[in-house]
Ligand binder design. Structure first.
Ligand code: A2P
Length: 337
């Protein structure tokens, strides 16, 4: 069966990648409708060698659509995901808008694919935050092995997570610096080139940013265990594609590095790249354009009895957003629609 698919936010960094993922993975697309704002009127995008005009999103955009992939920001999702669902589409939403709604499943196919069944209530499935996705893909097998009690994570997040405009800002600032001009900061509150910012999304009353709290709450929801304690610090770095993370975990049962490595070696969506003696460890440049989450620097935490340290890297636009959404759509198509 072929499906009528819409991509809402098709001209954005993630939307563009969604179109590419549908093509690469040969998703059974019968019709592809590309939606964006007024600003994109007249634009055309290419899918399987065919030019498709971008349509301006409105109340009637989802007529006949069966699967709608959204990545056009939280306010667009808030207003239009219910419109798409009402028109009969199943929405896979990449924004933060619906993630913590108890009636909306929050899904990483390698971790909790069965949660997809819950889509029938609202017609919406939420795609988690990029940093959360790559972390739970790696931590779920360790949780099954040893029981995770607490996670302390620091992220090193690429500018592409902010959208196309942030990639342009980083490149513009680097060019200005090399030409001896004063770089301009519009997207971020401070210069991102030759710098980094311990600030992603807005600050909250408890001192954490919203991005950091997404990692806490979404991890518990996806792994289905509210007792897992999480403390996160999220940092924006001048990298184009690929989020990296240092993750320190405390486990209930003591496990060796070899046991962790063996569990990760057979985990879906994970690739162990860990041979420090030969300078082998993952980096964002190497993870960019790939769909796996790479893990290296696996070691026992010398500061506690039952703890492991890890280094994770994944492409935030692919596994962190578009690929994960298309994987969800694939399961929907195969098992539910
Ligand atoms: P447009 O290109 O027309 O502005 P990014 O995350 O890279 O910034 O991309 C955001 C995506 O969401 C773009 O495709 C953008 O379209 C789309 N978008 C943003 N606001 C709206 C809106 N109000 N209605 C429809 N699409 C929107």
């Amino acid at each position: 069966k072929l499906y009528k698919v819409a991509v809402c936010g098709a001209t954005g960094a993630v939307g563009n990648q969604m179109i590419q993922c549908l093509e690469e993975r040969d998703f059974p697309v019968g019709e592809l409708r590309l939606l964006a704002s007024e600003r994109s009127k007249g634009k055309k995008l290419t899918y399987k060698g065919e030019e498709i005009p971008v349509q301006v999103l409105d109340e009637n955009s989802f007529e006949g659509i069966e699967i709608a992939l959204f990545s056009a920001g939280a306010s667009t999702s808030k207003n239009f995901a219910p419109v798409a669902a009402k028109a009969g589409a199943v929405v896979v939403d990449n924004s933060s808008c619906w993630r913590m709604d108890p009636l909306v499943p929050l899904v990483v196919p390698e971790v909790n694919p069965k949660a997809i069944a819950g889509y029938t209530t609202k017609g919406i499935i939420a795609n988690p935050n990029c940093s959360t996705i790559q972390m739970v893909v790696v931590l779920q097998p360790i949780h099954e092995l040893a029981g995770i009690e607490r996670i302390v994570v620091s992220t090193y997040q690429a500018v592409s997570g902010t959208g196309q405009k942030a990639i342009v800002e980083l490149e513009g600032q680097l060019k200005a610096l090399h030409e001896g001009r004063q770089p301009e900061a519009k997207v971020y509150p401070k210069q991102i080139a030759w710098n980094l910012l311990p600030h992603i999304d807005v600050f909250q009353d408890n001192g954490y940013t919203k991005e950091e709290m997404k990692m806490v709450l979404e991890t518990q929801k996806i792994m289905g265990d509210d007792s897992i304690k999480v403390s996160a610090t999220c940092v924006r770095v001048p990298v184009r594609y690929g989020h990296s993370e240092t993750v320190n975990i405390a486990t209930k049962k003591k496990v060796s590095v070899d046991e962790v490595r063996a569990a990760l070696a057979k985990a879906p969506g994970v690739k162990v790249v860990d041979d420090p003696a030969n300078l082998v460890y993952p980096t964002p440049l190497e993870a960019a354009g790939q769909d796996l989450t790479y893990v290296g620097r696996i070691r026992e935490d010398i500061s506690q009895d039952k703890g492991i340290d890890l280094w994770l890297v994944a492409d935030n636009i692919r596994k962190g957003a578009a690929t994960n959404a298309v994987q969800i759509a694939e399961i929907l198509a195969t098992d539910y629609l």
